[in-house]
Design a protein around this ligand. Structure first.
Ligand SMILES: *Cc1c(COP(=O)(O)O)cnc(C)c1O
Length: 397
């Protein structure tokens, strides 16, 4: 059927109109009956606290009736509150609020370049990134991501981005020799297929930054806000970045993001040099603050660790049971991936038939990224559905 949407996606035939916890509901167009799907995609790791979490719902309902938006011309106590809380739980001193992940990275890139500019080193503009990266779809962030499939046809690649092979130390050192502003990486590459950096590599890289006045940017848009079993993935690496971008899980479904930085890294920023109309608006801040209330509550992260441990263990069992379909598991916490032997899209199709959602990634991986509130019972159900889907694929159905 012809539609009037820009031809950028290839969506499924089914469509959801309601969600609750780890489930979303679609109406079957033929029978008119409601069908329940287990949501292990969580809107690409966005639905951090589940669909319709009562606390988030209450906070948003209250805010919707009070005030939606005023702009950044006026002091926002809601912004100040969320910024203070994000800084208290991280390395950062300052926050800038955005509407998306790519905008958070745009801000990170601008903060890094302004740092050197303000020190009189305006030639230091290069951002060094790693192969397999995904940093967003804006003109600058596709240059940062460096993937040909996202750059093709969109004109000259933005200058000032250098990409090196994943975890290649010599290439990294060479690339940072000249005019380097920052190194930018995802502690675990999300879209790229859940490839993790070795902590020892990142520790060395942190020292390289310190020795050469290079800023370190972590793109934690996917890994942040509890997704990996820690509040931020960098906590497992033994180093802190100077700048960090967030989005996805932070708004729990409301489109918002943040760029966090130390005072030192942000020293080039001053009124007028960067801004956004919508970023940090009242609705977004209500969402972010409510999500933090939930994930920072006693026991929340312990439960993420416990349930994700069960999930990874059971996924390993599944891999053993279906060696022609799966090869292994990747990732951390509730950012897990099944590395497939069959085509990941075929596995996903079989999973849809079992009324379960997941999200593909690069390197033939199928991501299991449920809401962080998933229970052991939901994990067991997911494994059951995966098992049936794999069995059907094996029998060629
Ligand atoms: C999703 C994602 C982005 C882009 O976020 P958008 O909100 O789509 O702009 C950037 N970096 C990482 C690591 C992501 O996972």
């Amino acid at each position: 059927m012809a539609n009037h949407l820009l031809n950028t996606y290839a969506p499924t035939e089914f469509s959801f109109d309601r969600g609750e916890g780890c489930y979303v509901y679609a109406k079957n167009p033929e029978t008119g009956k409601e069908e329940k799907y287990l949501d292990f995609g969580a809107g690409v790791a966005v639905i951090s606290v589940g669909h319709g979490h009562p606390h988030l719902l209450a906070a948003m309902t209250e805010q919707v009736q009070k005030l939606w938006h005023t702009s950044n011309w006026y002091k926002s106590t809601d912004q100040e509150k969320l910024a203070r809380r994000l800084c208290e739980i991280s390395f950062a001193d300052e926050a800038f609020f955005t509407n998306s992940g790519a905008e958070s990275n745009e801000c990170a890139i601008k903060v890094a370049r302004r740092y050197h500019f303000a020190k009189g080193n305006e030639e230091r503009v290069n951002i060094v990134t790693f192969e397999g990266a995904f940093h967003g779809r804006t003109i600058a962030t596709i240059a940062a991501g460096g993937q040909a499939k996202y750059l093709e046809g969109f004109g000259p690649k933005a200058a000032g981005f250098i990409q090196v092979p994943f975890q290649d130390w010599d290439a990294l050192v060479a690339a940072t020799k000249e005019d380097c502003a920052a190194i930018m990486l995802e502690p675990i590459q999300g879209e790229g297929g859940l490839r993790s950096f070795d902590p020892s590599f990142v520790v060395k890289l942190r020292k390289l930054c310190d020795d050469n006045d290079i800023l370190l940017i972590f793109d934690e848009i996917q890994t942040g806000i509890g997704r990996t079993g820690r509040m931020f993935a960098y906590e497992a690496l033994g180093v802190e970045p100077d700048i960090m971008s967030l989005a996805k899980g932070l708004g729990g479904g409301f489109p918002m993001g943040a760029c966090l930085a130390t005072t030192r890294a942000a020293s080039g920023m001053q009124p007028g040099v960067h801004g956004t109309t919508y970023g940090g608006n009242n609705l977004a801040m209500a969402a972010g603050n409510a999500v933090l209330d939930i994930v920072l509550a006693d026991g929340f992260m312990e439960n993420v660790k416990k349930v994700s441990g069960v999930l990874s263990q059971k996924l390993l069992g599944l891999v053993d049971a279906h060696p022609t379909i799966f090869e292994g598991i990747k990732g951390e916490g509730m950012l897990l991936g099944l590395k497939c032997k069959a085509l990941n899209m075929d596995v996903l199709g079989a999973l849809y038939e079992q009324k379960m959602l997941a999200i593909p990634a690069g390197d033939n991986v199928l991501r299991m990224i449920p809401p962080l509130v998933a229970t052991e019972a939901e994990v067991n159900l997911a494994i059951e559905k995966l098992d049936i889907a794999a069995t059907k694929l094996e029998s060629g159905e």
